[in-house]
Write a protein of this length. Structure first.
Lengths: 97, 494
């Protein structure tokens, strides 16, 4: 590999977007690994896809919509049962403002 | 008596004929688990109490002469990525530790209705990201054929449990080969159905446009049985398709005279183990003997599958895994000052390295300025890969390839080199990109007695033909049907 595709600074930026944090050593390691993986991914540039449509959904079937009918959902206490911090029927998070 | 060594269909018949009770069956299953699983480590959690309760209920039905559901008494292990109501579901991750789902996945509720008994949750690579089970936050599973080797991944615990006779069958999930590759490494049968065939409701999402649930079984008959039960439309998954589910078992009984088989030449170039290649050659000769017509085909974009897959899968994963923020379920860090540091610390402490690497890759591929160059490009190449298969299937009924380029590799052999690890899925990944069904089954052993896998690929929603081809191979093959010896309890230093 001659030139870096992704710099340590960009790794820090991507980590911020992904809500992750790394120590210096991890940053170095991720930068090196991501560079070698991305370098390999550049193989796709060999292909001319100018006129090729993208595929997002592989099986071409019409959307299946459910009837607009009110049905019972999970009870509130079950929904909250897996949260570590709950207050008065709400999920509790640290103070925002 | 060791009932756990039987197949699901054998045990169903014995219970029906009142030769054995479901209780005895479940007892033998847990005896095997108690004896071997501290070494193999296929299970993360057992569902013992409920399993025995269900077995007793089946035995009452038998006693009263009531009609039994189709899978009555079949002990099934479930990959820890599928929600089972009230049973801890971790996805192999610290971030979901102590998550008790309030509902059953559709595949699970269908199995339960059919009389299957959920015996426990199996180990897996964290969030199904891996090919060796070494990425589990709870330690790796060993391959019952050789404890120094991996069972494959990411459904490694499921495949190891079935191979070790700790379950008659298991459910896995397959995003890039995660049912087929471990089935191959453990000498079992594994099917990835067509995208949309099995509801993904209750399957904790990794890459939503690729994920499918599939069974891992001891033989093709069991695979056909279970696939039939879990398939079909579900209003809880808008991508599940409303098509009739055929009687797979019945179509297995037909021959394969005149079946047109394509063999993609791109799958036999660099990197294939010679013994794998020899086993596939032998397989093809048998298919020819059974009346199939074999021809070489070309899937010219094969070499682009891996980068295409990793861009799409990581992009979708980075979005799906954004939900783990320490608020609604799972792990929350103890040490934070505000909301933002709570998110960051929770995620950084809760996720393992491979998961973080993939979230980073996916976030990068989707980020402003890079979206067209990576994610959109990959989606376009996905179209080309799909077109390769469309073309091959215009002339052929099925395609045959190895499942993986090598038999099971050693623990730690590839863990430090993500790219090399990714390459072990090179034959299974294109199938997920194309959304089509494929089955892996054993087609021999190498000189070290490690199982080798054969992959049969079919047209969209034509699970029938690949199961029929697999069944015909299984019934006529001279490959000995072995079980792992598992004589390691006598050995001391493991």
């Amino acid at each position: 590999m001659t030139e870096k595709i992704i710099t340590k600074k960009e790794v820090e930026y991507i980590a911020r977007l992904a809500q992750l944090e790394f120590n210096e050593e991890e940053k170095e390691e991720f930068t090196a690994q991501l560079n070698s993986i991305l370098d390999y991914f550049h193989k796709l540039n060999e292909l001319d896809t100018e006129n090729t449509p993208p595929t997002a959904y592989i099986i071409s079937m019409p959307n299946l919509l459910n009837e607009d009918k009110v049905e019972p959902s999970l009870p509130q206490e079950e929904v909250l049962s897996n949260a570590k911090y709950v207050k008065k029927g709400y999920f509790q998070v640290p103070k925002i403002i | 008596m060791t009932l756990n060594r039987l197949t699901a269909h054998e045990v169903i018949n014995l219970i029906k004929k009142k030769k054995v009770t479901a209780f005895e069956v479940i007892q033998d299953i847990y005896n095997q688990i108690d004896k071997f699983d501290k070494i193999i480590k296929a299970f993360l959690i057992l569902n013992r109490k409920e399993a025995f309760q269900q077995a007793k209920e089946i035995d009452v039905k038998v006693k009263n002469g009531e009609e039994l559901p189709p899978l009555a008494g079949v002990a099934v292990a479930v990959k820890d990525i599928l929600t089972v109501k009230g049973v801890e579901t971790t996805c192999g991750s610290k971030i979901l530790k102590s998550f008790y789902p309030p509902y059953d996945a559709t595949a699970i509720s269908r199995l339960k209705e059919a009389g299957a008994i959920i015996i426990g949750k199996t180990n897996m690579d964290e969030f199904a990201m891996g090919s060796s089970n070494e990425n589990s936050a709870f330690g790796p599973t060993c391959n019952p054929w050789d404890l120094k080797r991996v069972p494959g991944g990411s459904s490694g615990g499921s495949a190891a449990a079935v191979a070790a006779d700790e379950a008659f069958a298991a459910l896995g999930t397959d995003t890039g080969g995660s049912v087929r590759q471990p089935a191959s490494f453990c000498g079992m049968v594994g099917l990835k159905p067509t995208y949309g065939r099995v509801s993904r409701y209750g399957l904790i999402a990794f890459a939503s446009s690729l994920d499918q649930i599939g069974p891992i079984t001891k033989d093709v008959t069991d695979c056909a049985l279970i696939t039939k039960i879990i398939s079909g439309h579900d209003t809880m998954d808008s991508t599940s398709v409303n098509l009739e589910v055929p009687d797979y078992l019945k179509s297995c009984q037909e021959g394969i005279e005149g079946l047109k088989i394509g063999v993609p030449k791109e799958y036999f170039i660099a990197g294939v183990d010679q013994e794998v290649k020899d086993a596939i050659d032998k397989t093809l000769k048998l298919f020819e003997k059974l009346g199939a017509k074999i021809e070489e085909v070309s899937l010219p974009h094969t070499e682009y599958s891996l980068p295409t897959y990793y861009l799409i899968a990581t992009a979708e994963a980075s979005s799906n895994l954004a939900r783990y923020d320490g608020v609604q379920y799972g792990y929350r860090t103890e040490d934070y000052e505000d909301l933002s540091s709570m998110y960051k610390k929770t995620r950084s402490e809760g996720f393992g390295n491979e998961v973080k690497r993939r979230i980073m890759l996916g976030t990068y591929a989707l980020s402003s300025g890079y979206y067209d160059a990576y994610y959109l490009k990959a989606q376009k190449v996905r179209t080309l890969i799909k077109e390769d298969f469309d073309k091959a299937f215009s002339k052929h009924d099925i395609l045959i390839t190895p499942t993986s380029p090598t038999p099971a590799f050693r623990l730690k052999e590839k863990i430090d080199d993500p790219l090399t690890m990714y390459l072990s899925d090179i034959y299974t990944i294109p199938i997920n990109l194309a959304g089509i069904p494929a089955i892996s089954l054993n087609c021999g052993y190498n000189k070290n007695n490690l199982p080798l896998g054969l992959q049969i690929i079919g047209k969209p929603f034509d699970e029938e033909t690949i199961l029929r081809a697999a069944y015909n191979f299984e019934q006529n093959s001279e490959v000995e049907r072995k079980k792992p010896e598992m004589n390691f309890l006598q050995q001391k230093s493991i």
